[in-house]
Design a protein around this ligand. Structure first.
Ligand code: 5AD
Ligand code: FES
Length: 326
C-alpha cells in the first residue's frame, strides 16, 4: 500500500519505474490475456453539459444520432460473430431510452451469451435495479475527478455526491463497477490525482478507465492545454499497483495522444481494450474529443488490427468473459 505522499512523489518525479512495476503486477494477478470488449456507441444525444466533452448539449455543431433497438442488436450480433465475449453499450444521457425499452435491449443482448456492460450515465437505484434484473453485468461511471471544486466547475447542474451514490448503488446491486478519471483537466492538481487513485481503492472498483483530457474546439475548454499521456499512464500504473486484480483498459484517449498509446498502456498495467464495433458514419459523430482514433475504420478492421498488435507483444486474446479475477 502506498501513502498519498508517496503517490504524489511518484506522479511528480521523472522516474517511470512505476510502469514496469505495474506491468509485473498485471502479469502476476491477471496474466497475459487481454480482454476485448466490443463497444457500441448507440446515441450521441446528451442532456448534460460537461465542460470538456464534445457531446455536451450546448455543442450545436455536432450532428446527432440515435440507434433504435434493432440496429443496436445488429451490431451486438456482429460483435459476437467477431468473437467478442463482452458488449459495452455506451451513450450520452439520452432520455429517449426509457427503462423498459432499455431492459428489452439488455435482455435481447443477453440471449447472445455475452457479458454486458452499460455506460449510459447517472440513473436512479430503481433503474439500475431494473437493468440488473434484465441481465446487465457491469456498469461504468467515471467519477471524472474527486476534487469537489473542480467537479463543480466541470459539471454545471450536476452533483458530485449523486455520482458517488450511483457507484455505491451499483455495488449494492451486485454489478461489477467501473469508474475512472480524466488526467490533465485545467486546474487539476497532482494531489487531487492521488486522491482519485485512493478513491478507486476505497470503493474497491472492479474496473478503472483512465485517460488524458483532450481539448475539444466546440467546448468552453477549447483553449485549454491537453493532458499529458505520460501522466495519465502513471496514474493508470499506480491504480494497477494499488488495486492489483482489477480490469484496466488501455484507453482510446491514450492512443489519440500517442500513436502507440494502447500498446504502451498494455505494457504498463492495462489488460483490456475496448474496440468500437459500429460503422464509420457513427464513429465520427461520437466526438468526445478531437482526433479520436479509428473513426474511418469498421468493426472487422479494428478487431484484426488490435489482435495483431496484442499478439506482436507476446500477449494473447482471452476467450472468456473476463470478469474480475478474485
Ligand atoms: N477528453 C478526454 N476524455 C473525455 N471524455 C469526455 N470528454 C473528454 C475529453 N475532452 C471521457 C470522460 C467520459 C468518457 C466516456 O469520455 O471521462 O467518462
Ligand atoms: Fe481500429 Fe486499429 S483498432 S484500426
Amino acid at each position: 500500500m502506498l501513502s498519498k505522499k508517496e503517490i504524489i512523489e511518484i506522479l511528480k518525479s521523472n522516474n517511470d519505474d512505476v510502469l514496469k512495476q505495474a506491468d509485473a503486477i498485471r502479469k502476476e494477478y491477471v496474466g497475459d490475456e487481454v480482454h476485448l470488449r466490443g463497444l457500441i456507441e448507440f446515441s450521441n444525444i446528451c442532456k448534460r453539459e460537461c465542460k470538456y466533452c464534445g457531446l455536451q448539449c450546448s455543442n450545436k455543431t455536432l450532428e446527432r444520432y440515435r440507434m433504435e433497438k434493432n440496429e443496436i442488436l445488429l451490431y451486438a450480433k456482429r460483435a459476437v460473430d467477431m468473437g467478442y465475449k463482452t458488449i459495452v453499450l455506451q451513450s450520452g444521457e439520452d432520455e429517449h431510452y426509457k427503462t423498459d425499452y432499455m431492459c428489452e435491449i439488455i435482455s435481447e443482448i443477453k440471449k447472445l451469451d455475452v457479458a454486458l456492460t452499460l455506460s449510459i450515465g447517472e440513473k436512479s437505484f430503481e433503474e439500475f435495479k431494473a437493468f440488473k434484473d434484465a441481465g446487465a453485468d457491469r456498469y461504468l461511471i467515471r467519477i471524472e475527478t474527486t476534487d469537489k471544486e473542480l467537479y463543480k466547475k466541470m459539471h454545471p447542474h450536476a452533483n458530485f455526491e449523486n455520482r458517488k451514490k450511483c457507484l455505491e448503488d451499483l455495488k449494492t446491486l451486485g454489478y461489477e463497477v467501473g469508474t475512472g478519471c480524466l488526467v490533465g483537466l485545467p486546474g487539476q492538481t497532482t494531489e487531487s490525482l492521488a486522491n482519485d487513485i485512493l478513491f478507486f481503492k476505497d470503493i474497491d472498483a472492479d474496473m478503472v478507465g483512465i485517460g488524458p483530457f483532450i481539448s475539444h474546439p466546440q467546448t468552453p475548454l477549447k483553449d485549454a492545454q491537453n493532458g499529458s499521456f505520460e501522466l495519465a499512464l502513471k496514474v493508470m500504473a499506480l491504480t494497477r499497483i494499488l488495486l492489483k486484480n482489477i480490469n484496466i483498459p488501455a484507453t482510446t484517449a491514450m492512443e489519440t495522444l500517442n500513436p502507440n498509446g494502447r500498446i504502451i498502456a498494455l505494457q504498463s498495467g492495462a489488460n483490456v481494450v475496448m474496440p468500437n464495433v459500429t460503422a464509420s458514419e457513427y464513429r465520427k459523430k461520437y466526438e468526445l474529443y478531437p482526433n479520436k482514433i479509428c473513426i474511418h475504420e469498421n468493426g472487422d478492421k479494428c478487431r484484426h488490427c488490435i489482435e495483431n498488435k496484442i499478439k506482436s507483444i507476446g500477449r494473447t486474446i482471452s476467450t472468456e468473459q473476463g470478469f474480475r479475477k478474485k
